[in-house]
Design a protein around this ligand. Structure first.
Ligand code: GLA
Length: 607
């Protein structure tokens, strides 16, 4: 795994694995999954795992059944999901398992459809998800060290597991439920070397009642595998491309054990400003066939696409170049973001069904909204709406949003500067993109990827209002730069060295827009624009914003995610369950200049 997060399609991309064995109850005869020599057993019988990843947190719950049925039609015999900690516990304290967050309901549903379920509840999941699933509030404590045996981190993990694991344990196969295997951490070997942390997680699962097969999964080199594995715990691999070298490496690392590619990447995700990633369906089908022909087991990552709704997309960074992930998590999966079954589904289905014997009818494509164009019915500038969106906090210095209990969204900083004066304005510790205004007029944009960038300040009056609106994109979800505090985690300076003091700071999580007062005219600069449209029958649709630059879209109060003219993604998925029969409201926050209209479309355009 490389830090820049390019996948390797070449055959050289490999996995290896380390260490041994099954769940505590041994092999043949036990319910669920176990290891017997070089085979997996399910309920005591030889079983080749042909699994696919599907993320309940990226799919509206009313569509869970539909997507699982499509995965059945694909020919899978097992389902796998991550559990993002921050989705369930966005604030410390009581975790949320209601509605969309009803993980037990998702697992039971998969079980009803005949799928054994692999759960990956690791406190950290990567997954191109905001902060790799870790809750932003962990970053309020500057001394807390992530993903190791730091006592403050373990205390938070344990408190989360005290709520999560008792909900999972009764769903294990030993109690007649679908859960057959559980991952303890995610590609830990590419992050750290604290085996005592891995042991703590393993013991935490066992002591809270989990008896399933536990495993770790790590990528490519012997180096990563050695540090990611835990003696006595089954080790699986992650990778893509020609599976032969990967399978050979796994066998060498863990001789005499079954081989599991816990993530075989059948597609890939996209970054803003990059190209859209796809993979050749016929080549993929032939690789998957060659993997399964050896008797190895697989989890297709992703089998079913989804959406990084709201502010849930993650990001990557090399340390110098920050790359936020787009809103769609279609991933070029066999079952697409809107459930579409394309060429990859068609190529993989005969291969998978040949190994699993699973046979299920192929569901029809979902019905779509008819294309239409919408003009705004009103607008209101963001800087005029601060009082209805937030309460100000006063601080000598700017502070990042985590210090104010804010997880995601935007954050606004205001101060007064004395003039007359001319010189450069700079922001130190910016994440991720700042729109700067002088007495309400735009001065320019500063960006995290140009840390030495400055704006020319020309102050003619004795007193000038300075507004800085920081747009936080996703927190980093992979690699050593995980602790990605948002907003301004540093200072603002005039003429290189003079720190500006005396700030009014407003968190803008934008989770409630009901207080906005739209005027009938248009508005430039950062502003909310309202649209209404009547829908006779809700169906799946996509929102396109041609001519708009960068912002966020809400449908009936639900945050569909970010758009950005740099692409590659051009449309946002607006799933059927979010539409209403009758009048629907769409709100667009455009940070720059608005276009004239937006469009509803029946098809996605991912670039
Ligand atoms: C790794 C991680 C996954 C995901 C993929 C890339 O394998 O374990 O969570 O980030 O890379 O999509």
């Amino acid at each position: 795994m490389n830090v820049s997060r390019r996948s390797f399609l070449s055959g050289a991309a490999a996995i290896t694995a380390g260490a041994v064995l099954a769940g505590p109850a041994g092999a043949a005869g036990r319910r669920g999954l176990s290891v017997s020599g070089e085979k997996f057993l399910l309920d005591g019988k030889p079983f080749q795992i042909v699994s696919g990843a599907v993320h309940y947190f990226r799919i509206h719950p009313d569509q869970w059944r539909d997507r699982l049925e499509r995965l059945k039609a694909l020919g899978l015999n097992t389902i796998e999901t991550y559990v993002p900690w921050n989705f369930h516990q966005p604030k410390p304290g009581r975790a949320d398992f209601g509605g969309w967050r009803d993980l037990p309901a998702f697992i039971r549903l998969a079980g009803e459809l005949g799928f054994p379920v692999i759960v990956r509840p690791s406190p950290y999941i990567c997954a191109e998800w905001e902060f790799g699933g870790l809750p932003a509030w962990l970053l309020a404590d500057r001394d807390l060290e992530l993903r190791c045996a730091d006592p403050a981190y373990l205390t938070a993990v344990d408190a989360w597991y005290d709520q999560l694991i008792p909900r999972l344990a009764p769903l294990e196969a030993q109690h007649g439920g679908p859960i057959v295997a559980v991952q303890i951490e995610n590609e830990y070997g590419s992050y750290g070397n604290d085996t005592s942390y891995l042991a703590h997680l393993r013991d935490g699962l066992r002591s809270r009642g989990m008896t399933s097969l536990l495993f770790a999964a790590d990528g490519a080199s012997d180096f990563f595998l050695r540090f990611g594995s835990l003696p006595g715990t089954f080790e699986a691999g992650t990778g893509d491309g020609d599976p032969a070298p990967s399978l050979a490496a796994l066998k060498t690392f863990q001789p005499g054990q079954p081989v599991l590619m816990a993530e075989y990447w059948d597609g890939w995700f996209d970054h803003w400003g990059d190209q859209h990633n796809t993979r050749d369906p016929a080549q993929l089908a032939s690789y998957v066939d060659s993997l399964l022909a050896t008797g190895a087991s697989i989890n297709l990552y992703m089998a079913c696409g989804g959406t990084n709704f709201g502010f849930t997309a993650g990001a990557n960074t090399s340390g110098t170049t920050y790359q936020p992930t787009v809103t769609s998590y279609d991933y070029d999966s066999p079952v697409g973001e809107a459930g579409d079954l394309g060429a990859k589904f068609t190529a993989l289905r005969p291969v998978l069904t040949r190994y699993t014997g699973v046979s299920a009818p192929v569901p029809a494509r979902s019905a779509r909204l008819v294309a239409r164009t919408l003009a705004p019915s009103g607008s209101v500038p963001l800087l005029d709406s601060l009082d209805v969106l937030s309460k100000p906090v006063r601080s000598a210095q700017p502070v990042p949003m985590e210090r104010l209990g804010q997880a995601t969204g935007l954050i606004h900083y205001r101060t007064t500067v004395q003039g007359p004066h001319s010189g450069p304005l700079s922001i130190h510790g910016l994440a991720d993109r700042a729109l700067v205004f002088v007495d309400g007029s735009p001065l320019g944009v500063l960006d995290r990827n140009r840390p030495s960038g400055t704006l020319d300040l020309k102050l003619t009056k004795p007193s000038t209002r300075l507004d800085i609106l920081v747009d936080a994109m996703g927190r980093v979800n992979y690699g050593p730069y995980l602790a990605d505090r948002k907003g301004i985690d540093g200072w603002v300076a005039m003429s290189t060295q003079q720190k500006l003091f005396g700030w009014e700071i407003r968190p803008l999580p934008l989770d409630d827009l009901s207080g906005l007062r739209f005027g009938s005219g248009g508005a430039a600069g950062p502003a909310f624009h309202r649209f209404t449209t009547d829908i006779a029958a809700p169906e799946d649709g996509f929102v396109a914003l041609p001519g708009w630059e960068k912002g966020v879209v809400w449908l009936n109060g639900f945050n569909l995610g970010r758009y950005w003219t740099i692409g590659p993604q051009r449309t946002l998925y607006a799933p059927k369950p979010l539409w209403r029969k009758g009048t629907n409201s769409i709100v667009v926050l455009e940070l720059h200049e608005p276009g004239t209209t937006i469009e509803l479309r029946p098809e996605a355009d991912l670039g």
